[in-house]
Design a protein around this ligand. Sequence first.
Ligand SMILES: Nc1ncnc2c1ncn2[C@@H]1O[C@H](COP(=O)(O)OP(=O)(O)O)[C@@H](O)[C@H]1O
Ligand SMILES: [Mg+2]
Length: 615
Amino acid sequence: MGPVEAILASGAKVGVFFQPTNRIKEVKSLSQLNKYFWKYKYRLLLGVAFVAINNYFGAEAKLYVGKGTDYVADLIKHGGSFSSTANKELLFFGFLVIGLVLLQGVFMFLMRQMIIVMSRLIEYDSKNEIFNQYQLLDQSFFKRNNTGDLMNRISEDVSRVRMYTGPAMMYIANTLGSFFFTIPYMFNINIRLTLIILSPMPLVVISIWYVSSLINRRSTEVQRQLSGISTFAQETFSGIRVMKAYAREEKINEQFGEQTQKYRSLFLRLVKTEGAFQPLVLLLVGMSNILAIYFGGMAYIHGEIKPGEIITLLMFINGLIWPIASLGWVTSLVQRAAASQERINQFLHTKPDIKGGPLHPDMLHGQISFKNVSLTYPDSGIKALKHISFEVATGKSLAIVGRTGSGKSTIAALITRLYDSTEGEVLLDGKPIQDYSLESLRGSIGYVPQEVFLFSDTIANNILFVKDMISSSDREEMISAAKAAAIHDGIMEFPDGYETMLGERGITLSGGQKQRISMARAFVKEPKVLIFDDCLSAVDTETEELILQNLEEIMKDKTTVIISHRISSVKNCDHILVLEDGSVAEEGNHDTLLKLNGIYAGMHRQQLLENELKE
Ligand SMILES: Nc1ncnc2c1ncn2[C@@H]1O[C@H](COP(=O)(O)OP(=O)(O)O)[C@@H](O)[C@H]1O
Ligand SMILES: [Mg+2]
């Protein structure tokens, strides 16, 4: 790197710290939350009112401490003794101060109740908003963004934002409130003395600001290092088998040691800065206190002020320190919340590309036609389908065979509208697929995807996934669906039958068992269109035969699309498409394709041979 580039590069780094336009844009992102403040406006207003009342009682308590002191000072000055009236007077001051402080406490509690509870309600609302948005977004959105990122925005970012709507709001209100109920009171006591006492304030504010931004920067570094360590540890544990198999323990230990070492030194640096913060604040307060006592004493000697008033001024100035000190912390809370909200907004403002149309039939009939359809995947630019045309009449069956990557699953994705074609038209019952509402469309289709997904739940709940409420007739349907998918007997062998838990803390099923449960899920729905995407691949040939026989009964009045790489699964279908690299290479029924003696016939010969070899 030449000197010029080096300077440019360092300039770019400096730019990271000074990006005022970015900061402003980020802080603007918080306006997304204004609708929630409006929703909870009474809570917010009450909260602010309680902040004011709390500060008012605090200020009054300080005044009465001073007045009590002056009463005693007067008594001594005039040579009076503690009579019973004096005693009563003093008790009065004592109880008044205690009462005022208690009231201050009550309103502090109420202010937290209002503002912190409001922030929790906003957190709840915005989590729901984000989750609903996620559900609306397309498959392609989930391809572009990783799961960790999605999870972070709904959990961590939302809780950072809550620090703004809750604590930051409360502290800002409290700092304003304490200034409002302190400065006028102080001026009222003695203008000249107040100005003297407040003179170190600009220095206090600037130095607190400086130190707290240093603390923020360092704690961000610590956080980043910490999350690096957890990612490292997590990867090590998930890859533990590979790690052990290659005997890499020592090397990994070494790397982990380096990471923790770095974490330690970063943390120590942070702790040192933090350690300087409190003494600094106390030092600066001390300056104000010394000024108050010295100049207050002088003023007393000149008879310009009463001793109790000096005490009140001291209490006021000390009461201001923590509200000021909290400002630095509050700024960092707001900045972090703004950055988080900016990330959340990116997702909230994403519009789904695939939207439903106006037609909303209860059920489609199930006639499918593709007219010169092409699809280029938006994110990878892969041309997965090229000028595909075919038609399936209601109640008929279509098979799609072809090599991996030839575009079979893509056809299924177009029929379920997980994607829209980039060229040509997909028609259902003679109308463009885009005209139907997504509920109507997907409600009419039973789709068994290539990648089986089962929830960590009971087998029954997995099969009855589409039902909102489960009745006893649903159970019967479930059992007949499981029988059709040739999995009922298998399920009954499990200790809890249909109530057996699957997933993380439940039992692990074989690939074929998973596929069959996933098929049963589609059967229960009783759709008009059934799409099986390579879902017999992990099932042995005998079970396959059984399921195919059952399918004949189920398929009778339904349109079926069977995607497979096995000829045995598709030979009885009415029409067969052979895909090659996104185009239709051959089509016809089993017999005509065999006669053609092309790709299909070749696959057939090869699979017959394989079966013979197995036996
Ligand atoms: N969601 C996707 N985004 C981008 N490219 C994809 C996506 N799904 C599939 N592809 C690509 O499109 C081509 C066809 O894939 P696919 O339809 O899954 O083939 P098949 O089901 O026949 O194995 C492949 O090259 C694949 O990499
Ligand atoms: Mg596929």
